[in-house]
Structures are given as structure tokens and as C-alpha cells.
Design a protein around this ligand. Structure first.
Ligand SMILES: Nc1ncnc2c1ncn2[C@@H]1O[C@H](COP(=O)(O)OP(=O)(O)OP(=O)(O)O)[C@@H](O)[C@H]1O
Length: 245
């Protein structure tokens, strides 16, 4: 098995407070790995360390084979990233966004042109190419934002609550794109609060107060907790949490 993310006892402390506490896990190539936890559980902190944006306090981790302490620039070149907060430029057109991010990711003009046509076709956005992103519905923005994050075929794409604010049908469409990326060998690391999305993952980890308290396939977790739904599994684990709202 080829592992694209490996973390052993990865920890981040802010002063006396341990935000992420000795988390250990591996994610295989092409796997869709769900990273769940209540508000404040430590998900964003963990994700920032894995993206090479924040130095761990202790533990070890590699992403795409690169060390999160020493090889952060290589990590950044080999990953894609999408979050609700940072995604597309609203005041640029669809096509301009694709061109801009293609450039940032170091694609040649020729590649950008080819990829851009493929992407517009795949998303059914050909007629919208010259429209401002601001004018698109949220679900379309999210799909475009994801497609842009995998434009350079990264080894891993990190998605931080990528589908906030849209209905289950639109989320399902978004997940079709995730499955395609995974089928092309791109590893997907995704945080979410939606339990329908959790069910779509190959494996899920659930964090409580900085620690990973459960990690398995949705099916096995439901069996383990004698639960009918992921909602119930999540509730069983998260109700003991001290952090959060
Ligand atoms: N720079 C920082 N300094 C001090 N404390 C921090 C810092 N960043 C995060 N924390 C704390 O670490 C804990 C975990 O935060 P984190 O953002 O990782 O949680 P999360 O699981 O991503 O939550 P959410 O779902 O709300 O985004 C929180 O209690 C937060 O207040």
C-alpha cells in the first residue's frame, strides 16, 4: 500500500493549550479520507500542519513523501487546497480564474488552455466562461473551486468544509467530482460537518478535544458503535467533548 499522508503523534501546542494531541494515521493513495470533529476539535490546526503552513510542536508527518518540518515548499507544490474562505476571485470571470490559478500552479499556457477547455466542458460551464464568478450560484462556485484546486494534478487535495451552505443534491454533485479525482489517483483529505458527506468517504477519523477517537470505514464505525447512522456515531463520540459551542 502506498501512503500519501503519514502522521505519527503529530501535536500542536499553543502555549499550555494542546490543540492537536498526538494524532496518528495514514492515508493511502487515491483514498477519500474524511476528517471529522466538533467545532474546536483541532481539525484546522492539523490540516495546517499537513499543508506545511504551521510548524508542529512534536511528532512526525510526511505529505507526498515530504517532511512537514523541513520540506514545506515541496509539500505546497504537491498539494491542492480549497476552503470556504479562500477560493476564487469573485471579480474575475470563470475563465480568468482558471488561467490565474493555472499560472500560480506553474502550468504552461498551452496546458492551461487545454485544461481550461476540458474543465468548462466537464462542469457544463462553457456558456458561463466569460461571466464573473460573483454571478454564479454557490454550488457552481464550489465545483469550479475544487476543479481549480486539482488543475495541476496534485498528489493530495485538502478540502476544508468545501460544501458549506448548499443542499444535499448539490453536495452529491460536488462529490462526483471528488470521486473522479480519486479515480485519477488524487488523494482527498476532507473536513466536513455534514454526515451525508461522511458516508461518501472511504474512511473517516473523528477528533474529540484534539485527539482522534475513532478511525475506520463508515460501515465499520456504525457497527462498532451499534449505530444506524453516522450522525449517531458522531453524537456518541462528540457528546463528551469539552471544547466547542
Ligand atoms: N493560533 C492559535 N492560538 C491559540 N489557540 C488556537 C490557535 N489556533 C487554534 N487555536 C485553538 O485550538 C483549538 C482547535 O482549533 P481548530 O481551529 O483546529 O478547530 P477545528 O476542529 O478546526 O474547529 P472548527 O470546526 O470550528 O473549524 C480551538 O480551541 C482554538 O481556539
Amino acid at each position: 500500500m502506498e501512503y500519501v499522508i503519514k502522521a505519527v503523534k503529530l501535536t500542536k501546542r499553543f502555549g499550555d493549550f494542546t490543540a492537536t494531541n498526538e494524532i496518528t494515521f495514514e492515508v493511502a493513495k487515491g483514498e477519500i479520507f474524511g476528517f471529522l470533529g466538533a467545532n474546536g476539535a483541532g481539525k484546522t490546526t492539523a490540516m495546517r500542519m499537513l499543508c506545511g503552513l504551521s510548524m508542529p510542536s512534536s511528532g512526525v508527518a510526511t505529505v507526498a513523501g515530504f517532511d512537514v518540518y523541513k520540506e514545506t515548499e515541496e509539500i505546497k507544490k504537491n498539494i491542492g487546497y480549497m476552503s470556504q474562505r479562500f477560493s476564487l476571485y469573485e471579480d474575475l470571470t470563470v475563465q480568468e480564474n482558471i488561467r490565474f490559478f493555472g499560472g500560480i500552479y506553474g502550468l504552461t499556457n498551452r496546458d492551461i488552455k487545454i485544461k481550461s477547455e476540458e474543465l468548462l466542458e466537464q462542469l457544463g460551464l462553457k456558456n458561463e466562461a466569460k461571466k464573473l464568478v460573483a454571478s454564479l450560484p454557490l454550488g457552481w462556485k464550489q465545483k469550479l473551486s475544487f476543479s481549480v484546486a486539482v488543475l495541476h494534478h496534485p498528489k493530495v487535495v485538502f478540502l476544508d468544509e468545501p460544501t458549506g451552505g448548499v443542499d444535499p443534491v448539490t453536495r452529491r454533485q460536488f462529490w462526483d467530482l471528488i470521486y473522479e479525482a480519486s479515480a485519477r489517483g488524487i488523494t482527498v483529505f476532507v473536513t466536513t460537518h455534514y454526515m451525508d458527506e461522511a458516508e461518501y468517504c472511504n474512511r473517516i477519523s473523528i477528533m474529540v478535544d484534539g485527539k482522534i477517537e475513532a478511525l475506520d470505514t463508515p460501515e465499520n464505525l456504525k457497527n462498532q458503535f451499534k449505530a444506524n447512522s453516522m450522525d449517531q456515531v458522531f453524537y456518541e463520540l462528540a457528546r463528551g467533548a469539552k471544547r466547542g459551542d
